[in-house]
Design a protein around this ligand. Sequence first.
Ligand code: HSE
Length: 433
Amino acid sequence: MDEIGVGVIGMGTVGTGVVQVLLENSDEIARRLGARLRLVAVADKDVTTDRGVDLPEGVLTDDVGRVLDDPDVHVVVETIGGYEPAKSFILRAFANGKRVVTANKALLAVHGDEVFAAAHEAGVDLGFEAAVGGGIPILRAVREGMAANRVRRVYGILNGTTNFILTEMKERGEAFDRVLREAQRLGYAEADPTFDVEGVDAAHKLALLATMAFGARVPFEGVFTEGIRDITPQDIQYAADFGYDVKLLAVGKSEGGRIEVRVHPTLIPDDHLLANVRGVYNAVYVDADFLGPTLYYGQGAGRRATASAVAGDVIELARDVAAGRSGRVPPRAFLEDELAQADLKLIDDVVCQYYLRFTALDKPGVLSRISGVLGESHISIESVVQMGRDAGQAVPLVIMTHEAREADVRQALGEISTLGVTQGAPALIRIEG
Ligand code: HSE
């Protein structure tokens, strides 16, 4: 039986999981691949910490060249994350004719054009299933399972940390900061959780997913991004009273040649399948023209689930090594030459329903003044509820609108703030579905 050499760079959480699955399930893998995967080298700056995995003698090294430059390594796994030195390592692997697998969504979302072009030029493949949805094989489904379709919409819960925080805030009625600290204690959130809570991690993933789903280059900077820091347990409770759940949703739509990509807290009906995705789980809903809607659910993070996706890519690329071929399936689903820049819709032009929560004076005439401004801005009201009664004092006033244009809503909120009947900034949460 042939042997195919694998090298891993980065023995952190994911890298350790990859080594573990390749060693533990080597017979299972060989039965599918028809060849043996051999761990040639695993490079990390730290070669002393015990990761609880028995590596074959001499495999662990602090010399990255043993992965990148050794002709016995056919497939390189990059699991160090971040932009540099990850990008330089990947480009060096391509230059040496090696196939690469990465889970690095930040790198691919920001520098993807350069990295994919380099792979194309070198005539090698790049696997990145683990970059979106962790262990869920969503990219393979979009790339191959939906290859005959036009994809119209994708909705994703793509960040486990924020989904855990929102779930806990709802179920325990606790404030954001407190639940975030717990997420960090449990090891879900990063020590610096900015990318998670600001929606940046989900936006990286949406940029990759939308590019592959819609067949146009969606740059990360083009994704409108808003995080969950300002969501309060009160808003989650009021949303529940109206029959909605609050989720950090990644929304991608392709209509009439224009693409809409946004990540923000979103009210979704509580009977929608995505509303029932709790805790650190991820889910992606894809609507394609012939296939119709499909839903993918599973662990979007974690050592074993992410390692499963990385190892799946290693096996796919190893098949190509064994067959002496490459470029069988375009990594971003469409031929690189066919991927034009996306014509992105600005957030101002987005049309959806809105949840607005004001802190408004409880006195006659206030509601008519607020609704008057909304009416003048072409915003139709679906329902209004004043939460409690405190004559002459400020109380929460929740307004659900019909579909309205974002620019109109922003303008109306600006005008309402000058009326002298509200306190502080209102809460605005978009509604989908
Ligand atoms: N930090 C990510 C999350 C996991 O919370 O989902 C890796 O993509």
